[in-house]
Design a protein around this ligand. Structure first.
Ligand SMILES: Cc1ncc(COP(=O)(O)O)c(C=O)c1O
Length: 450
């Protein structure tokens, strides 16, 4: 299995050709959602003692596995959070896999660590963090949020050695991503929910009011969103940063989706206050055009994260005693894929201006779509977008109508769009962050609601 034979070289050529062919297609097939009975049947007998050989494995791959996944980089995949990796990042990612890069430690991957840190430093610089800021790429926003909140609590624990509270609390907005509540469950901390304003934003005044009422004695962090998932809303980061400084609590900003727009000169000011946060995340696999999976986790003071996360064991002393920068020290991880390298490579090749321009292009498309929705009497915008998430209603539709519309678009291979909810009622939701999506794509989807 480990020798490169004529047969494995032929397999490699087949795979490379198929990868290239897929990238050439614009658009590629949207893919589909299979039935478990059919898929189980088509893939039955895959795992055998003797193996089925490359031809049969490839046949099962091409005929069953790939047609039954949704191409979320399709220009009309507008649901949840779409995906739009650059060609350079996709292809170099093949190399990252093939090169078996173990990027947990400097000792084993110094070149990869410096490259990843350059990509992190670019993001830290956009956010206005000091030079000493740093962190690590982790698999996704969920794990980035978990690691940051663990660091926040460990830091509070260290500071309050003498008067530790019975329970630790974290203030979160009612629009925080579900991963925040999950992180709090994992960490056994209590959320203090704060209602959002009519634009779905967490404001300093609402936060202050809730804290004045609740008087939590174990508040160790506040989580703000820089682009909430459902509405794309940017919280009042500056006001919240003031309050956190006054209270002496950690400010974590979840910018998994939205903070990518720091790369846009026209949008950067909307994140004022981010420079005073203690940690933030932004996912290259979302609006920073990297392949799965990748979240950039940054700390203003990475020494605090290292104290919270560094693992020690006899066999790791050889790494820890060198005092190098080891990415494994900054999150819940040890072995790690160099998942920041595709972003570094693509950034290095294309330059940061290209990233700003690509994000601006999707923001322009969003503005044009707002105009288009307003021109259609059957549609009603729920709110003016802060970023590139659009929530809108089809007047006269009920929950079932939205689901039927979505199912039909998916089944016909036209588009992948799913409804969401606002105040308990179904609404249409589209996220425009793929630079390959055009106004014609958007119109096709809007026409299907006519
Ligand atoms: C704002 C926000 N935070 C966190 C997450 C979780 O990120 P991931 O899916 O990479 O774990 C998401 C995912 O959509 C998100 O939009």
């Amino acid at each position: 299995m480990h020798e490169l034979t004529d047969e494995t070289e032929q397999l490699a050529r087949t795979i490379f050709e198929q990868v290239l062919e897929r990238q050439r297609m614009n658009p590629m097939s949207l893919g589909g959602i299979g039935s478990s009975a059919t898929l189980e049947c088509d893939l039955s007998g895959s795992i055998t003692a003797a193996g089925l050989g490359f031809d049969e494995a490839m046949r099962r791959w091409s005929d069953t596995v790939i047609p039954n996944v949704i191409a979320i980089d399709h220009p009309r995949y507008l649901a949840f959070i779409p995906h739009a990796p650059t060609q350079a990042s996709v292809f170099i990612d093949l190399f990252v896999s093939a090169a078996s890069i173990y990027a947990g430690s400097w000792m084993e991957a110094s070149g990869a660590v410096v490259a990843e840190n350059q990509a992190l430093a670019w993001l830290a610089g956009l956010a206005g963090y000091p030079k000493e800021a740093g962190g690590s790429f982790v698999p996704g926003g969920t794990l980035g949020n978990l690691a940051a909140l663990h660091t926040a609590r460990e830091t509070a624990r260290d500071r309050r050695r003498a008067d530790r509270p019975a329970r630790w609390q974290v203030a979160v907005s009612s629009e925080s991503h579900s991963s925040i509540n999950q992180a709090l469950r994992v960490l056994d901390m209590d959320p203090i929910p704060v209602p959002v304003d009519d634009r779905f934003r967490l404001t300093a005044s609402a936060l202050e009011k809730v804290l004045a009422e609740r008087k939590p004695d174990g508040l160790c962090a506040v989580v703000a969103s820089a682009g909430s998932t459902n509405a794309g809303a940017i919280d009042d980061l500056a006001g919240i940063a003031d309050l956190c400084a006054e209270l002496g609590v950690w400010l974590h900003v979840d910018g998994a989706y939205g903070l990518a727009a720091l790369a846009s000169e026209t949008k950067r000011a909307a994140f004022a206050g981010i420079e005073r946060s203690d940690s933030f995340i932004v996912d290259p696999h979302k609006w920073l055009f990297g392949p799965y999976d990748s979240c950039a986790l940054l700390y203003r003071d990475p020494a605090l994260a290292k104290r919270a996360h560094s693992q020690s064991a006899d066999y790791l002393d050889v790494i820890n005693e060198r005092n190098d920068w080891n990415p494994a020290d900054y999150a819940i991880q040890l072995s790690r894929r160099a998942r920041g390298l595709p972003m570094w490579f693509s950034l290095t090749a294309h330059g940061t201006d290209a990233y700003g321009a690509a994000i601006d292009q999707t923001l322009t498309l969003t503005s044009q779509t707002v105009v288009e929705i307003r021109q259609r009497p059957e549609l009603e915008l729920v709110l003016e977008p802060d970023l590139s998430v659009l929530l809108f209603r089809r007047i006269g539709w009920n929950d079932a109508d939205y689901l039927t519309w979505s199912d039909e678009l998916i089944a016909s291979g036209t588009a992948f769009v799913v409804p969401s909810r606002v105040d308990g009622k179904s609404v249409a939701r589209m996220v425009l962050m793929n630079p390959r999506t055009t106004m014609d794509d958007v119109r096709l989807v809007l026409d299907s609601m006519g």
